[in-house]
Ligand binder design. Structure first.
Ligand SMILES: NC(=O)c1ccc[n+]([C@@H]2O[C@H](COP(=O)([O-])OP(=O)(O)OC[C@H]3O[C@@H](n4cnc5c(N)ncnc54)[C@H](OP(=O)(O)O)[C@@H]3O)[C@@H](O)[C@H]2O)c1
Length: 276
């Protein structure tokens, strides 16, 4: 073993995030807020960004209790906002260890009623903005990156980019297409950015409680549980856990993957009489 190798395999060391810096887009609510909180609790300095200044400030007042956090109102689909966001991160941190592309949108409608504008909005938020923001942040990610500890891009995809969602009854054409494309964008960025010591992975969550899932939880919670081999929805710590893995020494060699965190929903046909 060379002197540079670290043979401390304790969970504390292997999964340590201490001293890192992170941007969580859409960090003002739902999964983004949970991931931001988890990072802060583990010694990461965090910037959250979302469109609404009010939501940003509300989230900030909760997150500040856990560590050093900054909230910036920015629309990731707007190039001027992205530019301002990148320069604020440069000013605050000088570099960026972890980029979590989490901001997302959905649109549900029957095929004949599905508007072009709705389709475009979802693609713009869930796919195009991820590409543009990641590209623009490469110089700051590179500054935090090394062969032993690469910078990390973590894209929040969805199990709906793996299978065709039906539980909510209303089709979400753009959402599943955008998430499937995001999973593949993850792979092509991973190949391209590896030479700059930046890894790129995606998490494909199943159902977690959030504003985005309010309606479906209220109306179809039982179906969601029936459709999942574990017969339940996800818990906040299960998002934080996968982020800690991907962002730490433990996950440094994991690159270009899409990791479902969905209780097995995307690979099963749900509960059947013979599985009980
Ligand atoms: N919850 C689930 O079960 C689930 C499952 C699979 C995947 N996901 C994915 O997880 C991510 C987070 O979703 P969520 O469930 O936590 O939903 P959510 O509570 O609605 O959060 C979405 C976040 O994104 C922000 N946002 C939306 N558009 C934005 C834009 N153009 N620019 C900047 N920020 C924007 C929102 O804040 P503002 O309104 O202030 O902009 C909000 O903070 C999404 O990518 C979603 O597709 C969620």
């Amino acid at each position: 073993m060379s002197a540079a190798e670290n043979d401390n395999y304790t969970v504390e060391d292997l999964f340590s995030l201490s001293g890192k810096t992170a941007l969580v887009t859409g960090g003002s609510s739902g999964l983004g807020l949970i991931m931001a909180k988890g990072l802060l609790q583990n010694g990461v300095r965090v910037i959250i960004a979302s469109r609404s200044k009010e939501k940003c400030n509300m989230a900030l007042s909760e997150l500040e209790k856990y560590g050093e956090c900054v909230a910036i109102a920015a629309d990731v689909t707007d190039s001027a906002d992205r530019k301002a966001l990148v320069s604020k991160i440069e000013k605050e941190f000088g570099r960026l260890s972890i980029l979590i592309n989490n901001a997302g949108a959905n649109w549900g409608a029957k095929l004949e009623d599905y508007p072009d504008a709705g389709f475009a909005k979802v693609m713009d938020t869930n796919l195009n903005a991820v590409f543009s923001l990641t590209r623009d942040l490469v110089p700051l990610l590179e500054k935090a990156a090394s062969a032993d500890d690469p910078a990390r891009v973590i894209n929040i995809g969805s199990m709906d980019g793996i299978h065709v969602p039906i539980v909510q009854r209303v089709p979400t054409f753009a959402y599943s297409a955008s998430k499937a494309a995001l999973h593949h964008l993850t792979r092509s960025l991973a190949v391209d950015l590896a030479r700059r010591q930046i890894t790129v992975n995606a998490i494909a969550p199943g159902f977690f409680e959030s504003r985005m899932t309010d309606y479906v939880f209220e109306n179809f919670k039982q179906d969601i549980e029936d459709d999942c081999p574990l017969h339940r929805v996800g818990k906040p710590e299960e998002m934080v856990g996968i982020v800690a893995y991907l962002a730490s020494r433990a996950g440094a060699y994991t690159n270009g993957t899409v990791i479902p965190v969905d209780g097995g929903t995307s690979i099963s046909k749900g509960r059947r009489s013979w599985t009980d």
